[in-house]
Design a binder for this molecule. Structure first.
Ligand SMILES: NC(=O)c1ccc[n+]([C@@H]2O[C@H](COP(=O)([O-])OP(=O)(O)OC[C@H]3O[C@@H](n4cnc5c(N)ncnc54)[C@H](OP(=O)(O)O)[C@@H]3O)[C@@H](O)[C@H]2O)c1
Length: 352
């Protein structure tokens, strides 16, 4: 494929007042490759709750007033490589890691600063150069749209369940909150690992999808505001082994009540309002709970996740709620904001 000169890309302009509503498509020069970089034609991108927070300037105060190329998650095709790159060739199908600098081990301030779609330009663009080491081969059986869902939501769920000293194992019980991007991958990876899943949602319709994906117990948290009591009933007062905690302040206390002594609560999201009782610290102590903050994951973890997906193709097919055309970026953000989705919202960037 010849290397194009121009790339269409989205920007969130500086001084936006209404979040994503001022998303604009611009045309920029395709970057000249450095020796260690790879030029990728972006086929598909998926949106995160983080993209909404960045658009509304609720993410990091240091980003306020800056023009941003949004989007952290993409899948695409290598079209050229820098002179020192030996791992990739034209035609390879890749995702970029959420932070291309986070290769293995714990995140650091430097790896977080290199995350895409915030201080570094994002992926809602047709052509982008990435450092070669920050790319990962996509699962062989995935389309680009499917693979675009992996870098943030899937890797976060994978890291939560697998990234600690006591990772998930067959026979464990896992509590999943809600049916958004991270939670649905958490459900699927738990089922693929042989665990029993308890899924919660605001909606019976959404719970039907969780049921089809293999969740064994379903709780509508609108109808059962004391859902932690339901979880304890289901587990015969023992509690679950793992909680994929995406709610934050309004759910954390109930999540810790739901976990067994010595279990893990993975603090991922901040979706809910509300507050928690002061004795939360006593509760953590009495549960001997491992309350672990998660910051996405590394390239090494991404490769391990691809292995899990390829070994369990039928249980790990990404749930894509809706695909939008590149020109319909504002509508895609609005759909994510409506919270009507289950799983992921995808934007087709380039025609396949
Ligand atoms: N730490 C990290 O590395 C990391 C990575 C990715 C995402 N996140 C964070 O994780 C959270 C989820 O992200 P996402 O991309 O999966 O979001 P998303 O796709 O927008 O999903 C949001 C879903 O969460 C559920 N939800 C909302 N309020 C809830 C509540 N009070 N209790 C239980 N469920 C609730 C809703 O599902 P139902 O209607 O089914 O309840 C909603 O559709 C966000 O806060 C995001 O910023 C963090």
């Amino acid at each position: 494929m010849s290397i194009p000169q121009k790339s269409r890309q989205y920007i969130l302009p500086a001084g936006r007042k209404n979040g994503y509503k001022k998303l604009t498509i611009t045309e920029v020069e395709v970057p000249k490759l450095k020796a260690t970089e790879v030029l990728v034609k972006v086929h598909a991108a998926s949106l995160q709750y983080r993209d909404l927070m960045i658009a509304y300037e609720h993410y990091d105060p240091c980003l306020a007033g800056r023009e941003i190329v949004p989007g952290s998650d993409m899948a695409g095709e290598v079209i050229a490589v820098g002179q020192d790159v030996t791992d990739w060739k034209a035609g390879d199908r890749v995702c970029a890691n959420f932070s291309p600098a986070h290769l293995h081990g714990d995140p650091t301030p430097a790896t977080m600063a290199a995350a895409l779609g915030a201080f570094e330009p994002g992926v809602l663009t047709e052509y982008r150069a990435f450092p070669a080491a920050g790319l990962v081969r996509i699962p062989k059986h995935f389309s680009y749209q499917q693979a675009s869902t992996l870098p943030c939501a899937a890797l976060t769920a994978f890291n939560a369940l697998n990234g600690r000293a006591n990772p998930i194992k067959a026979g464990d019980t896992v509590l999943i909150l809600g049916t958004g991007g991270v939670s649905i991958f958490g459900l699927q990876f738990a089922v693929a690992s042989g665990a029993t899943v308890i899924a919660t949602s605001s909606s019976d319709e959404k719970l039907k999808i969780a049921d089809k994906l293999g969740a064994k117990h379903l709780i509508n948290y609108r109808n059962a505001p004391d859902w932690e009591e339901e979880v304890l009933k289901i587990t015969k007062d023992v509690g679950v082994d793992h909680v994929v905690e995406v709610g934050g302040r309004g759910t954390i206390y109930k999540s810790i009540k739901s976990v067994r002594i010595g279990g893990g609560v993975y603090v991922i999201g901040i979706l809910s309002k509300g507050d928690f009782p002061q004795d939360i610290f006593r509760l953590i102590l009495l549960r001997a709970a491992e309350v672990r903050g998660i910051l996405i994951g590394s390239v090494a973890q991404f490769r391990d996740m691809v292995k899990l997906i390829e070994a369990n193709p039928e249980k790990t097919t990404p749930v894509i709620d809706k695909v939008f055309k590149f020109e319909d970026g504002v509508a895609a953000f609005a759909h994510l904001e409506s919270q009507k989705h289950v799983g992921k919202v995808v934007i087709q960037v380039s025609k396949d």
